[in-house]
Design a protein. Structure first.
Length: 116
């Protein structure tokens, strides 16, 4: 199983960025997908989830600014981030969890830095 995150980078406050995650080795369409983020010295934080049925949920801190989506045909999950703030700076990780909850996979992370 491989979850390959990409698309991170440096962006100015107020800017936008889209991070992507390519999944392989799983039946992608039946997995719930999520994005987490982590900064040094802090616990990994849930940012957004999208179920196998396409139902989405967001952390309060990103509601209205971030959008999670998935393309089952391409085995991809995306996180569109708008109106970025310096506090969004983190390593963003892709996660895949089976609907039964017994299989849980992580990608390697992609760095997002919001700074002027």
């Amino acid at each position: 199983v491989q979850l390959q995150a990409s698309g991170g980078g440096l962006v100015q406050p107020g800017g936008s960025l889209r991070v992507s995650c390519a999944a392989s080795g799983i039946i992608f369409s039946i997995y719930n997908m999520a994005w987490y983020r982590q900064t040094p010295g802090k616990q990994r934080e849930l940012v957004a989830t999208i179920s196998s049925d396409g139902v989405t949920n967001y952390a309060d801190s990103v509601k209205g600014r971030f959008t999670i989506s998935r393309d089952n045909g391409k085995n991809m999950v995306y996180l569109q981030m708008n109106s970025l703030k310096p506090e969004d700076t983190a390593v963003y990780y892709c996660n895949a969890k089976s609907r039964a909850g017994n299989r849980n996979y992580w990608g390697q992370g992609t760095q997002v830095t919001v700074s002027s």
